[in-house]
Design a protein around this ligand. Structure first.
Ligand SMILES: Cc1cc2nc3c(=O)[nH]c(=O)nc-3n(C[C@H](O)[C@H](O)[C@H](O)COP(=O)(O)OP(=O)(O)OC[C@H]3O[C@@H](n4cnc5c(N)ncnc54)[C@H](O)[C@@H]3O)c2cc1C
Length: 407
């Protein structure tokens, strides 16, 4: 069983060798003779983009560069959105066993420093509308109303909470930059381009949030326990997810389009109340709609973070976003498409495109575009140079595949 302590397991996770926990099967991809190879990077951090050093951005952009009204004055490549290790709490009296295990944890930063970040805000824990336990309840033994029903013994919730297990500190940031990838030898021996110290701190933060919840919120009628080991839905010894939820990865610099030499979807393209939004329908291959839901970054000592703190807005303030093909094709590489959140968006726009509907729409569009190029497109049409006159044919093909690219 995985330990659920990814900072220690990284090496084994990325190794080519099978071990007692992870089974590996090496795949070598190569084109058929005389045929081009098309690659899609649909990983959550843009792993191929990082490993191959394809032009990309990390963290925030400066307002002078993007023209985004709510971007910070200075760019900060370290300022990535928070990442999170989920865990599962059950309503079950384990006689304090899971709390005792957590009491043995010795975090790098003091317990008090972690605990200062924890809050339920104004939300009730177990009862009433919008209660914490129901927010992401995954097991309901009574199958009662998911919004208003009160949970009963045996119910389980998966915890993914802003003022809880979100790890916002960039001491150090989660993603290694290019010099760090070189210095750590990861070009030869790739391990995700991740900072193990950041992973460890986030793991400790999540487990301490579990401890805090059990200590401050458990009641005789609502006893909380942390689900660990083989009985845990997450299937790890620690009870944490095997890998964290990473909201922001590497973001490519897109192909020249819509008045930008280095295309990026930006805040003005999203907001109903800002001028400068562009119409991407000519080369649209997907569509999405969501709030600017930014889980911000900070430094431990609160020095200025260069986060776009004034950028978040609700969905009602956001226009449906058509995603143009140029945001999926990186600069300098003609046979790579992005199939997830590493597309060409700014830090602010990533807060829209990082969620489920967007990522799956982008992935489906990338896959279908690759299919169209290999089966339908005029012979040997290079991906990076799909002429504008071919876009209607590609868009028709996407529609035939059941995909949406207009609202
Ligand atoms: C706890 C949690 C809560 C969430 N809440 C919401 C929510 O409320 N609303 C919402 O819209 N979205 C939410 N999301 C986000 C949503 O789940 C994702 O947007 C969606 O699952 C992304 O799907 P995907 O297939 O594009 O990418 P992923 O599911 O991230 O898949 C990426 C895949 O790439 C693989 N991979 C990575 N590196 C490599 C490599 N080097 N080689 C080969 N494979 C690799 C990974 O193993 C993984 O299988 C949440 C996610 C989590 C984890």
């Amino acid at each position: 069983m995985p330990e659920g302590w990814f900072s220690r397991e990284l090496g084994r996770w990325y190794s080519w060798q099978t071990d007692d926990v992870f089974t590996k099967q090496a795949l070598r991809l190569h084109p058929r003779p005389g045929k081009p190879l098309l690659v899609i990077d649909a990983s959550d951090t843009g792993e191929l983009v990082g490993w191959a050093n394809i032009p990309h951005h990390l963290g925030t952009e400066a307002t002078a560069v993007t023209g985004e009204p709510n971007a910070p004055i200075n760019a900060n490549p370290d300022c990535l959105q928070a990442f999170t290790y989920p865990f599962v709490l059950a309503l079950h009296n384990d006689q304090g066993r899971s709390s005792k295990v957590l009491a043995r944890l010795q975090p790098d930063y003091s317990r008090r420093e972690h605990q200062r970040e924890f809050s339920l805000k104004h939300y009730p824990m177990f009862q009433g509308a919008h209660n914490f336990f129901n927010y992401r309840r995954i097991v309901s033994t009574s199958r009662n109303n998911p919004f208003y029903g009160t949970s009963t013994l045996g119910d389980m919730t998966i915890v993914n909470w802003n003022c809880g297990n979100d790890w916002t500190w960039m001491n150090p940031p989660l993603l290694l930059n290019e010099p760090q990838i070189d210095a750590t030898g990861q070009r030869q021996n790739w391990k995700g381009g991740l900072a193990t110290i950041a992973l460890r701190s986030a793991q400790e933060h999540a487990l301490l949030f579990a401890e805090w919840l059990m200590k401050t919120q458990s009641k005789p009628t609502f006893p909380l326990m942390l689900m660990t080991g083989s009985q845990s839905p997450l299937g790890t010894t620690s009870g944490l997810s095997m890998v964290p939820y990473i909201r922001e990865g590497r973001r490519i610099v897109g192909r020249s389009a819509y008045g930008q030499r280095e295309f990026m979807i930006r805040e003005q393209d999203l907001r109903k109340d800002l001028s400068g939004g562009r119409d991407f329908s000519r080369t649209a291959i997907a569509v999405t709609h969501y709030a600017i839901d930014l889980h911000g970054c900070r430094y431990r000592n609160w020095q200025p973070s260069d986060e776009a703190t004034s950028a978040p807005v609700r969905e009602t303030n956001i226009r449906p976003l058509q995603i143009p093909l140029e945001s999926l094709i990186p600069q300098g590489v003609n046979n790579l498409l992005i199939g997830g959140k590493s597309l060409a968006v700014t830090h602010i726009a990533d807060a829209v495109t990082r969620t489920h509907y967007s990522e799956w729409s982008i992935g489906a569009a990338a896959g279908a575009t690759a299919g169209w190029l290999t089966t339908q497109a005029p012979r040997n049409l290079p991906l990076a140079d799909i002429p504008k006159r071919s876009m209607p044919a590609l868009q028709r093909y996407l529609t035939d595949q059941g995909l949406r690219w207009r609202w």
